[in-house]
Design a protein around this ligand. Structure first.
Ligand SMILES: NC(=O)c1ccc[n+]([C@@H]2O[C@H](COP(=O)([O-])OP(=O)(O)OC[C@H]3O[C@@H](n4cnc5c(N)ncnc54)[C@H](OP(=O)(O)O)[C@@H]3O)[C@@H](O)[C@H]2O)c1
Length: 298
């Protein structure tokens, strides 16, 4: 299913009604994606978006290797589709921080949550876009973990890229003595971690990394939640998700009684207590893939 197009054909714009300030996309990105706008003033100083891929039948993860051993190549629901990777890169490139749960880090332990890692062909465009936005070269990678993670993984050892590990007091205790990269910080959120706490810790870390002469207290932040379903569910349950970008990969993954195959949201029952409707604000196609964008908050 992997298609290689060099350069990528532009996304076909089926619907575009996102309002706000257009990101200053360099020509190759503007040609590829078309306009990308976000609201000017985010309530609470942060606009929280998420980006996921799911199969046609709504499978977003194969998260139980013991009961559901799926070979690595097939577990990639997007089949590394180049347009999906370009969109992932684009959203990372406009984001101040990319937030993921420890389950996702354990699934892809060598991953780095930068635009250049996921779509290296556009490396110079990502750099130009971040410079035009006045943002540092790489977004802050935020890992949320209750129990603690392997701090020898690349995301915690990069010399140049900033990372934040939001964990519990017990998770922080287990880190005693760990050697972390020079730009890695640990935030102890206490006994448990709410999505609100993870978001606030992220905003505080971003403020702390701003150079004093470039700090702008009025500037709102764009935060990208890249999963997984459990962490995203927590954000949605706390009413903190503003937008969902959703790639539909043209395959049926299936489920049976033996293996959980989570959709976008895991660990939260939204209906009936919290019915959550969204407004479709953009739709694009590339090949047989569909790229949807939903607004959750009015
Ligand atoms: N389709 C997609 O686009 C997509 C995107 C991302 C990931 N995935 C897939 O999703 C799977 C992983 O997702 P997952 O749902 O199992 O894990 P996850 O959401 O990535 O991470 C869950 C972990 O986050 C930590 N956490 C701390 N506080 C939390 C809170 N309040 N709410 C939720 N999590 C909290 C916990 O870590 P501790 O265990 O350390 O306590 C928890 O186990 C992988 O298979 C991955 O490939 C798919």
């Amino acid at each position: 299913m992997t298609r290689t197009l060099d350069p990528l054909a532009p996304f076909e714009i089926l619907l575009e009604r996102a309002e706000g300030v257009a990101a200053p996309l360099p020509t190759p990105l503007a040609r590829l994606y078309g306009p990308l706008a976000f609201p000017r003033d985010a309530p609470g100083g942060a606009w929280v978006i998420s980006n996921f891929v799911a199969s046609i039948d709504g499978v977003a993860a194969f998260s139980d290797p013991a009961a559901d051993p799926v070979p690595r190549a097939l577990a990639e629901i997007s089949a590394s589709d180049p347009h999906d990777r370009a969109l992932m890169g684009l959203l990372r490139a406009v984001a101040d921080a990319v937030i993921v749960g420890a389950g996702t880090l354990r699934a892809v332990p060598t991953h780095l949550w930068s635009p250049g890692y996921i779509a290296p062909a556009y490396a110079s465009a990502w750099g130009a876009l971040r410079a035009a936005l006045g943002k540092p070269p790489a977004p802050l990678a935020v890992i949320v973990s209750g129990g603690g993670v392997d701090t020898t993984l690349p995301v915690f050892q990069q010399a140049g890229d900033p990372a934040l590990l939001v964990t519990t007091s017990s998770g922080a205790g287990r880190l005693a003595g760990a050697t972390l990269g020079p730009r890695v910080r640990v935030h102890d959120a206490g006994a448990t971690i709410s999505a609100r706490a993870a978001l606030d810790a992220t905003l505080a870390a971003l403020d702390a990394q701003d150079a004093p002469d470039t700090a702008d207290a009025t500037r709102s932040r764009l935060l990208l939640v890249e999963g997984g379903p459990r962490l995203l569910g927590q954000f949605v349950a706390e009413g903190l998700l503003d937008e969902q970008f959703l790639t539909i990969a043209p395959q049926l993954a299936g489920r049976d009684d033996h293996a959980r195959r989570p959709g976008l949201i895991e660990g939260q029952r939204l209906i009936p207590q919290r019915p959550t409707w969204a407004r479709l604000i953009s739709a694009r196609a590339a090949g047989d893939y569909l790229f949807l964008r939903y607004r959750l908050r009015p």
